[in-house]
Design a protein around this ligand. Structure first.
Ligand SMILES: Cc1cc2nc3c(=O)[nH]c(=O)nc-3n(C[C@H](O)[C@H](O)[C@H](O)COP(=O)(O)OP(=O)(O)OC[C@H]3O[C@@H](n4cnc5c(N)ncnc54)[C@H](O)[C@@H]3O)c2cc1C
Length: 380
């Protein structure tokens, strides 16, 4: 069948890559993916770039289907009426359908001194800059992470695990999106890692200086390096192009959310994976933390068939009694998998329209020591 529909995908992050691969499998559809970088950035590993435990990049050749045409450039403006995108390099792309997947980046905080002295981990360049800065700072120098959302907590823990002396300035509650019990667990784990947590009233940062931060209760927190994780910024491409950037939210029923891990649990415990075909979206993406000491899928596995084969292979090699325990991870349904009673990993699913579209598996034993201590409380 000849190609008759032109799709342009703006942004080669998780969503752009997934959309491009999925669309390119349709007959008669030609897909072009535009991203200013020549490679895919694994943003969820950017805090690891800072300590050097991961480089957070994959070549587009590894993640993009062969039918997707990559263009290394940035979209400057979308002319929706004419169905055209102008690129920074001067070219113009025409499309029948456009996928806008340009993600987010570090916010520019309005706090005095932050833009000048604080570092960010929200994008690759920022994370790499921070890594270079750390290389020049003595290992004993104190550092401050501002913002105690999940990125701030992860960054503080990563730095502390690398032997740094870290103060986490919450500006309010530690881990505001977490359940209170999980929050207490996180606090205990951070304490065990040696992270000083400043939370509650008076801990909002009012100024960043070369030597640390000042809090609104007047305290000065010394730090050779400040990392700002308090907030993200959405690119202004859509707004600049006069488009309404609000996105519709899909609602997933509690029943759908529960059904996915229940099917996984049964399939993994019985070894009969066929039932999972009803649960997995055809283009499900399976991502695992390849940085661990154990064997894990180093690259995203795309497609229900491939994911099932990958799981069947792992189960075949497991050689023990596998059990699953329902849990929630950042509000998503998940399973703690135990092999002969010991935690093997944590599987998290994203459920959309009743199907699992994303699976994340954490097997890194160093991360799992945290799970071991947090599981019973996070489970339900
Ligand atoms: C340190 C850190 C840890 C995280 N950990 C987790 C986690 O454990 N779990 C989780 O679910 N989420 C995590 N997140 C959040 C997660 O990274 C984002 O939700 C996810 O990256 C969003 O995917 P996306 O495809 O929408 O955008 P992105 O991954 O941001 O990709 C957007 C892409 O668009 C491109 N782009 C931007 N502007 C243009 C333009 N004008 N033209 C063309 N292309 C453009 C960019 O180069 C980029 O490649 C973490 C984030 C950070 C920073």
């Amino acid at each position: 069948m000849s190609t008759n529909i032109e799709v342009v995908v703006l942004g080669g992050g998780y969503d752009g890559v997934k959309a491009a691969n999925r669309l390119a499998r349709q007959a008669g559809v030609s897909v072009t993916l535009v991203d200013p970088r020549p490679h895919f950035v694994e943003r969820i590993r950017l805090h690891q770039v800072v300590t050097g435990s991961d480089d957070a990049v994959e070549s587009f050749g590894e993640v993009l289907g062969g039918d997707v045409r990559p263009v290394v450039d940035a979209a400057n403006r979308i002319a929706a009426e004419e169905r055209r995108v102008s690129l920074a390099g001067g070219d113009t792309l025409s499309y029948d359908y456009l996928v806008h997947a340009v993600g987010s980046g570090a916010s520019v905080p309005g706090v005095p001194g932050a833009a000048e002295f604080a570092h960010a981990v929200a994008d690759l360049d920022g994370a790499r800059r921070l890594r270079s800065t750390l290389a020049e700072v003595p290992a004993t120098a104190p550092m401050t992470v501002v913002g105690a959302g999940l990125t701030g907590v992860e960054t503080a823990a990563e730095l502390a695990e690398a032997g740094r002396f870290v103060t986490l300035v919450c500006g309010g509650v530690l881990g505001p999106s977490l359940h209170a019990r999980s929050r207490r667990r996180v606090a205990r784990r951070l304490a065990a890692l040696g992270v000083t947590v400043l939370e509650g009233a008076g801990t909002r940062v009012t100024e960043v200086t070369r030597d640390g931060v000042r809090l609104d209760d007047g305290r000065d927190v010394p730090g050779a390096v400040t990392v700002w994780t308090a907030g993200f910024r959405v690119p202004d491409l859509a707004a600049r192009s006069g488009l309404n950037a609000r996105r519709p939210r899909t609602t997933v029923s509690a029943e759908e959310t529960r059904a996915a891990p229940a099917s996984f649990r049964s399939a993994l415990e019985t070894g009969d994976l066929r039932g999972l075909l009803d649960v997995l979206a055809p283009d499900v993406v399976f991502v695992s933390d390849g940085g661990g000491l154990r064997l894990a899928a180093l690259r995203p596995v795309v497609g229900a068939g491939k994911v099932l084969r990958c799981m069947a292979g792992s189960l075949g090699k497991a050689g023990g009694v596998l059990t699953g325990e329902a849990t929630t991870v950042n509000g998503n349904p998940g399973l703690v998998l135990r092999l002969d009673g010991g935690i093997d990993g944590v599987l998290t699913a994203r459920v959309e329209d009743g199907r699992v579209t994303r699976l994340y598996y954490v097997r890194n034993p160093e991360k799992l020591t945290r799970v071991e201590s947090e599981t019973s409380l996070a489970s339900r």
